[in-house]
Design a protein around this ligand. Structure first.
Ligand SMILES: Nc1nc2c(c(=O)[nH]1)N[C@H]1C(S)=C(S)[C@@H](COP(=O)(O)OP(=O)(O)OC[C@H]3O[C@@H](n4cnc5c(N)ncnc54)[C@H](O)[C@@H]3O)O[C@H]1N2
Ligand code: MOO
Length: 401
């Protein structure tokens, strides 16, 4: 079977993927969630002309010049307006946030007032009409669309939704990705290892990649290299309501690479299997009903590079989020050989030199070497059949951090 080009694989994997249904959540649980519908103002803010300062509500004509003398006829703290009317040469003591009393059309700040005793004040600075007043609806009016569908709820958005009188918001469900590791040689971190065993590491990075785009990760543990053991965990993933099932390992062509047969046995329709990419050639994709299945290669670096390129965009799409890879132009810090038919993602260290990015690839690129992936801050993307390139030539970087 011909290897599927990377761009085509991504396109096929994203085909028909749309944001999941909405769910209502309380505001305190909504941070970083994605709105499934617009937030419309249920009220007008401020709902009245409000004082923006502590001072005195008065007639602008009385305080157009200074000094001027006013008699204080009442008080208006926030939450309790003055229910009379301010007449000529009168004022009402007012505090920030209180409704402007009838008759008044300006606020003199208290710093510009002298207490004359006996309920009278002297205004020491002229104050113009509508000074220090927040007009009704200054922030928003009932019925305004305040936040668009698809908006990620950050602190300002959440306070705005609250101010608009929404105790809850309707947000896109977070996609659930179930992760199944496979392999007789694997034990979880913290285990006493036998002579032929290694630690199962991939699930942790894959879960982190999923969570970084707002998805929930369910680690179903490690299945032995037996069809029934893998099938049991696939069934568990289905029962848990997974939107995406990710299997780790067992995707290649060896006698113990059982993922394809098990998933087909469970009813998966194969989308594609094996792509023109290094690392990540054995990547598999299919649909099990509404569930998308991604068979990630077992080699740790292949698992994580494929998570970056395929799993994250899929989960972002299902979660209603925008996602784009951070690809930047750079110059090679070392020569690179000609490439073969697989698009290559080469671990590299990118540094800045005189305002330009310089990407220096690591010498060994074995896809089992996690330490080098953690040390790399980007991947040099080499197109299929790219000719040999000398140090200093232009290249394309996929930034990882
Ligand atoms: N004859 C061929 N052999 C291989 C091919 C090929 O085309 N022809 N492809 C190679 C490529 S490329 C890759 S990548 C690997 C991946 O194959 P699998 O997906 O079947 O992975 P496994 O064989 O199960 O494991 C590979 C390697 O990774 C380790 N592993 C697996 N799972 C985990 C995990 N959860 N955490 C840490 N390490 C894991 C496993 O122990 C193996 O060392 O196949 C090549 N072979
Ligand atoms: O995916 Mo494999 O890592 O290309 O060696």
């Amino acid at each position: 079977m011909a290897l599927v080009p990377v761009a085509e694989a991504l396109e096929r994997l994203l085909e028909g993927a749309a944001p999941l249904a909405g769910e209502s959540v309380p505001l305190l649980e909504a941070v970083d969630r994605v709105l499934a519908e617009p937030v419309v103002a249920l009220r007008t803010q401020p709902p009245f002309n409000a004082s923006a300062m502590d001072g005195y509500a008065a007639h602008a004509t009385d305080v157009a010049s200074a000094p001027s003398r006013l008699s204080v006829i009442g008080m208006a703290p926030a939450g309790r307006g003055f229910d009379g009317t301010v007449g000529k040469a009168q004022a009402v003591r007012i505090f920030t946030g209180a409704p402007l009393p009838d008759g008044a059309d300006t606020i003199v700040i208290q710093e510009n007032v002298r207490d004359l005793g006996g309920g009278d004040i002297e205004v020491t600075e002229p104050t113009t009409e509508w000074r220090n007043i927040r007009r009704i609806g200054l922030d928003f009016s009932k019925g305004d669309v305040l936040l668009e569908k698809g908006r990620v709820l950050d602190p300002a958005a959440l306070s705005l939704a609250a101010s608009a009188n929404h105790p809850r918001v309707n947000v896109v469900k977070r996609p659930l990705v179930a992760i199944i590791a496979t392999g007789d040689e694997l034990l979880p971190p913290g285990s006493e290892l036998g002579p032929d065993q290694i630690i199962s590491s991939n699930a942790y990075g894959v879960a982190a990649a999923a969570q970084s785009v707002g998805a929930r990760a369910l680690d179903l543990g490690i299945a032995a290299d037996r069809k029934e053991a893998i099938a049991a965990l696939v069934q568990k993933a289905v029962a848990a309501g997974a939107d995406v099932i990710v299997t780790l390992g067992g995707a290649s062509v060896g006698d113990h690479d059982l993922i394809h047969d098990v998933l087909i046995g469970e009813g998966m329709t194969l989308g594609f299997w094996k792509i023109a990419m290094r690392p990540g050639k054995p990547l598999m994709f299919g649909r099990l009903g509404d569930i998308r299945c991604i068979g990630l290669p077992g080699n740790p670096v292949a698992s994580l590079v494929c998570s970056q390129l395929f799993l994250k965009p899929l989960l972002a799409r299902l979660g209603g989020r925008n996602h784009h890879q951070d690809i930047r132009p750079a110059r090679l810090g070392a020569a690179m050989p000609a490439n073969d038919l697989r698009q290559d993602y080469v671990r590299a260290v990118v540094s800045e030199d005189d305002g330009a990015l310089v990407a220096t690839p690591f010498g060994i690129q074995d896809s089992s070497m996690l330490r080098m992936l953690a040390d790399a801050n980007g991947l040099i993307v080499r197109a299929p059949f790219a000719p040999a390139a000398a140090a200093g030539e232009a290249c394309s970087m996929l930034m990882l951090r």
